[in-house]
Design a protein around this ligand. Structure first.
Ligand SMILES: *[C@@H]1O[C@H](CO)[C@@H](O)[C@H](O)[C@H]1NC(C)=O
Ligand SMILES: *[C@@H]1O[C@H](CO)[C@@H](O)[C@H](O)[C@H]1NC(C)=O
Length: 295
């Protein structure tokens, strides 16, 4: 019953986003995201805690999780983990983000280069060479990708699951979005995928955004005046895929149709210049959940 209900809400949201109007989410649509918010937050905890599922409120919020693998060093390789949630009936993959003072210099560097994912033909077979992403994000995703894929395969086989949900916050959201392109190219065609990202920076170019819109189910949730989702700037050729949900100052969550919707109710219109930035909004709270390892 519960998983069907959850799928229905996600589909309803997809329909809302595809529509033409900026629409407030209902309380149950907002609450739908809460377990995934805790999963994104858990990615900031070290692998030993995650494998033991002993990480304070983040782990306690999702008591039906079965860890499968976790890795990274929190430095060169962001922490990551994979496991199975028996209530949501989905494999979860998550990547750690970074703090905003580490991320801002990466995103405001005018020398940042967009590179084709197809350069890495083994990991991205058949992808058109027009699909380009930030080279730093590409490298960050590459470092853990083989381990994450093996863990997802193990989780799907152990728990008989055909659903994979990829979550992340900040840099972790960017890595998870590239995972969302990568994993389906290596998993059985009957698998269903969805991606839920928090404080997602722009990851790639127009062809990337169009690929994501055509092939993935993405929701990216932006909190108030968080500057990170407005970077790198669009004049460098970056654009967000569709699927934005923006949390307004009032606390209302709205769906923002299209790619980088310029309405003042959405992040592009709400945070047009550096003077509107509020770096403290990056970590949330997202419906009461602040992204951090709280153990
Ligand atoms: C962010 O991370 C850097 C390097 O790991 C650290 O020096 C800095 O204190 C951190 N800043 C915050 C606000 O946590
Ligand atoms: C932004 O949302 C409005 C609805 O309020 C819609 O008419 C418009 O097409 C959207 N913009 C983009 C870029 O999709």
């Amino acid at each position: 019953m519960f998983p069907l209900f959850a799928v229905a809400i996600f589909s309803a949201l997809a329909v809302l986003s595809a529509g033409q109007s900026i629409t407030p989410l209902t309380t149950s649509q907002i609450d739908y995201f809460t377990p995934y918010t805790y999963y994104a937050s858990t990615a900031f905890c070290d692998p030993a805690e995650v494998l033991a599922w002993h990480c304070g409120v983040n782990c306690e919020a999702n008591p039906n999780f079965h860890p499968v693998a976790s890795g990274g060093d929190g430095d060169v390789v962001q922490y990551w983990y994979v496991g199975y949630d028996s209530i949501l009936d989905t494999v979860i993959t998550a990547h750690q983000g970074t703090n905003i003072s580490n991320l801002l210099p990466i995103l405001t560097d005018l020398d940042i280069v967009l590179v084709p994912l197809a350069l890495d033909a083994e990991r991205f077979p058949g992808l058109d060479s027009s699909v380009k992403v930030h080279d730093g994000f590409k490298d960050a995703q590459a470092r853990a990708s083989a381990d994450v894929l093996a863990a997802v395969q193990a989780a799907m086989s152990t728990y008989g699951s055909t659903s994979v949900t990829m979550v992340g916050h900040s840099l972790g959201a960017a890595i998870s979005l590239i995972d969302s392109v990568y994993l389906p190219l290596h998993l059985p065609s009957g698998t269903s995928f969805k991606t839920i990202a928090y404080g997602l920076p722009r990851v790639g170019n127009q062809a990337f955004a169009d690929y994501v819109d055509a092939n993935l189910r993405l929701t990216h949730i932006n909190n108030k005046e968080d500057p990170i989702p407005t970077l790198p700037p669009m004049f460098l050729g970056y654009i967000h895929p569709s699927g934005e949900v923006h949390i307004e100052d009032s606390g209302v969550w709205v769906t923002c149709p299209g790619q980088d919707n310029a309405s003042t109710e959405c992040i592009v219109g709400d945070v047009p210049t550096v003077f509107q930035w509020n770096e403290a909004d990056h970590d949330g709270p997202y419906n009461g959940v602040t992204i951090q390892c709280s153990s």
